[in-house]
Write a new protein. Structure first.
Length: 155
């Protein structure tokens, strides 16, 4: 019996959304319990740690952590008060502002990273075979590339 393509799409989409929501809730709960850090805070720290000079323009940071501009502004404000991030002005563009990782932010990330990686391994990696992990990556990487190339800041 043939499967309805729309049903297959909806089943895959629903499974993706449910899995993502469940995994993100678990990973965040573990970070909060162990490091008193939300997943959004962790994401800001990891994005800044991977960026050249450990800094990003606020607009680029917003795109990378998938928060609205106002949401990332409020989050960075809180993280600045905690000493994890600092804001610096862009010399070439007076309107531009950078978020920059501080030494304290780097230390917090170093403590939180093993908790996050252990959660990924436990709740995601161990539950799928090597072939399934490869299939998930093969299926989702092109979608992520398409989304990045369609982003207004990627142009």
């Amino acid at each position: 019996m043939a499967t309805d393509p729309q049903s297959a799409e909806l089943r895959a989409w629903t499974a993706f959304l449910n899995a993502q929501a469940s995994l993100l809730r678990r990973l965040e709960a573990e970070l909060i319990e162990s490091e008193d850090m939300t997943l959004a805070e962790f994401d800001v720290l990891i994005q800044l740690a991977m960026a050249p000079d450990r800094r990003l323009r606020m607009t680029e940071l917003s795109d990378r952590v998938r928060l609205s501009h106002s949401g990332v502004t409020r989050l960075v404000d809180r993280m600045t008060q905690a000493g994890l991030v600092e804001r610096t002005r862009c010399d070439s563009d007076r309107r531009g502002t950078f978020a920059t990782l501080t030494a304290d932010g780097k230390a917090r990330l170093r403590r939180a990273r093993p908790v996050h990686l252990r959660g990924i391994r436990e709740h995601f990696g161990k539950r799928l075979s090597a072939a399934q992990l490869s299939a998930v990556a093969d299926a989702l990487e092109p979608l992520a590339r398409d989304a990045r190339s369609a982003s207004p800041t990627a142009r």
